[in-house]
Design a protein around this ligand. Structure first.
Ligand code: IPE
Ligand code: IPE
Ligand code: MG
Length: 249
């Protein structure tokens, strides 16, 4: 009998797993500082943690993993760091393309990438196109992303519809805004994880996380491993999501 109950537990576990996890990968710089290394080495080590998190997501049957890679405010950093981050992004796309194919991963990028250099923009579009029909994990990278930017660009599209007479102002509702966000085709965000100890959102998904569960950990992103990810999932599973309702007892 023991195995039936453990199977039941396993099924329950799977059902209650988040489908969409979004991560604010913070702490690369501090990780490097602590080791007396340059910040960019922290970002490089952070890329290894990304690969681990992607593998974990596949193993645990998550549908979507959204990673905050570069915020619209990260342009405030020294030019050298920005340049190195762009190079790392380009390198990562190149080096991972075979894994995207092998593991059936679809890559999607959200954010205003028109500010990136043409070569990087082209490569992003290429990889998105190549992986478009992969129906495994959606790896959604937020690059030059800002939650406020996302809402603004959604509102602009809606205003155009109104101006063209296709939409009436009175018909605008929550789902209209949601429909034009960069995440419109994705499932709702169940869990947001922030590493690196800060307890803030830093202009990540704003509209989308109105009812997401939030999980903050002091672990610096390069040290984030399967065990840290599992702790976040366990915390998510132990919570009761009420969405403004109440629990029947
Ligand atoms: C997060 O790590 C990565 C990016 C923002 C690109 P940080 O670079 O912010 O690392 P800390 O917060 O300075 O330690
Ligand atoms: C948030 O980290 C952005 C990313 C992880 C890409 P930051 O390091 O930029 O956030 P703040 O400045 O501490 O709020
Ligand atoms: Mg930081």
């Amino acid at each position: 009998m023991w195995y039936t109950s453990s199977l039941k537990y396993k099924d329950k576990f799977k059902e209650e797993n988040p489908r969409h996890v979004a991560i604010i990968m913070d702490g690369n710089g501090r990780w490097a500082n602590k080791k007396g290394k340059m910040r960019i080495l922290g970002h490089k080590e952070g890329f290894k943690a990304v690969k681990k998190a992607v593998k974990f997501s596949i193993m645990n049957n998550l549908k979507i993993l959204t990673l905050y890679a570069f915020s619209s405010e990260n342009w405030n950093r020294p030019v050298f760091e920005i340049k190195s981050l762009m190079e790392l992004f380009f390198f990562a796309l190149d080096s991972e393309i075979n894994n995207f194919k092998k593991f059936n991963i679809r890559l999607k990028v959200i954010g205003d990438i028109t500010h990136f250099n043409k070569k990087l923009q082209k490569r992003i579009h290429q990889v998105e196109k190549i992986t478009l029909n992969n129906n495994g994990l959606i790896l959604n990278i937020a690059a030059n992303y800002g939650g406020r930017w996302d809402i603004i660009q959604s509102v602009k599209k809606i205003v155009k519809k109104v101006q063209n007479g296709v939409l009436q102002t009175e018909k605008i509702e929550e789902k209209t805004i949601t429909q034009y966000l960069s995440t419109s085709e994705l499932l709702p965000v169940d869990l947001v994880i922030r590493t690196g100890g800060e307890k803030r959102i830093s202009n990540f998904l704003l509209w989308q996380i109105a009812y997401s569960e939030l999980y903050f950990t002091d672990v610096l992103w390069p040290d984030f491993n399967d065990c840290s990810f599992q702790n976040a999932i366990d915390s998510f599973i132990s919570r009761e999501r009420r969405f403004g309702g109440f629990k029947k007892i």
